[in-house]
Design a protein around this ligand. Structure first.
Ligand SMILES: [Zn+2]
Length: 287
């Protein structure tokens, strides 16, 4: 999860270029020219509503124009070259789930249900495979106005939203992580929960954390990067290294809700694990 700046794309002017392209007679010409006022109005509505699907009205463009716009997304004519550049516009972290390697584009308003925005840059968000896990999910309960969060518009994504809590057996042979919310009373909590459940958890962040915990048990220094691999440490040093590591992951990704930070923030705030971690580390290095 990451707040991104809106892409600087001249969507309306690109739309006009597209509408006049007679080479596209098999797809959007001349139907786009005939209905361009509808698509333009849809673009304005989207921006004025800050991408909030509860406030955006769907648009009555014809079925053949719907198909044409979706086709243009799939095989873009040269006027839509910007689509390719958006795909790589957040290399450090997935803006949707906080995971790794975002090489796809997620239509925030799914193009199957909202075809008018198929090639509208504010609707195209770089994402990893969570894009496919989420599918067409967009809105939760109407009384809560819950919805998928929008990386170009939702400023709450700049805050630390997610952390990890741990429960463990007495001998620490079993540690169970759970991703949870930093502030249960956040004004956007309903959408935060809906987004987390349908994008972040669905992309199996907890499975990834379980994998990291297995590595941590083997040798804590392989997860708590920065602690000495050669000498023993005490609890103060562990906490200091966890604080440094959290800051470093936040800065490297430009997001406090990348998966590494969600894990490290949880470890930092789980003092019940600290003695055990120090002991485990010291065991390994003095072996
Ligand atoms: Zn993702």
């Amino acid at each position: 999860m990451k707040k991104l700046n809106l892409p600087q794309i001249q969507d309306v002017s690109i739309l006009h270029t597209l509408a006049q392209n007679q080479n596209l007679h098999k797809t959007s010409y001349p139907i786009l020219r005939q209905q361009i006022h509808l698509v333009e109005a849809a673009y304005v509505d989207y921006t004025n509503s800050n991408g909030n699907p509860w406030n955006i009205a769907n648009v009555g463009i014809t079925a053949d124009l719907q198909t044409a716009l979706r086709k243009h997304y799939k095989s873009p004519p040269t006027s839509l070259n910007f689509i390719e550049s958006l795909r790589d516009s957040s290399p450090e972290v997935c803006p949707m789930c906080g995971g790794f390697k975002p090489t796809e584009l997620d239509h925030l308003l799914p193009k199957e249900d909202y075809p008018a925005w198929s090639v509208f840059s504010p609707n195209l968000v770089p994402a990893c495979s969570c894009n496919r896990e989420r599918g067409r999910l967009l809105k939760g309960r109407a009384d809560k106005q819950a919805r998928i969060l929008h990386p170009y518009f939702d400023t709450c994504l700049q805050e630390r939203i997610l952390t990890t809590t741990f429960t463990h057996s007495n001998d620490f042979s079993l540690i169970r992580p759970k991703v949870c919310y930093v502030d249960d009373n956040h004004p956007e909590i309903e959408s935060i929960k809906y987004h987390t459940k349908n994008v972040v958890i669905k992309n199996d962040i907890e499975g990834w954390i379980r994998g990291q915990l297995n590595t941590l048990v083997e040798f804590p220094a392989n997860v708590v990067k920065g602690i000495s691999r050669r000498r023993t440490i005490d609890k103060d040093e562990l906490v200091e290294k966890l604080e440094d590591l959290l800051e470093s992951y936040d800065e490297q990704t430009g997001s406090k809700n990348n998966w590494n930070s969600i894990l490290v923030h949880g470890l930092l705030n789980a003092p019940q694990l600290h003695d055990w971690l120090v002991e485990r580390h010291n065991d390994v290095v003095t072996r």
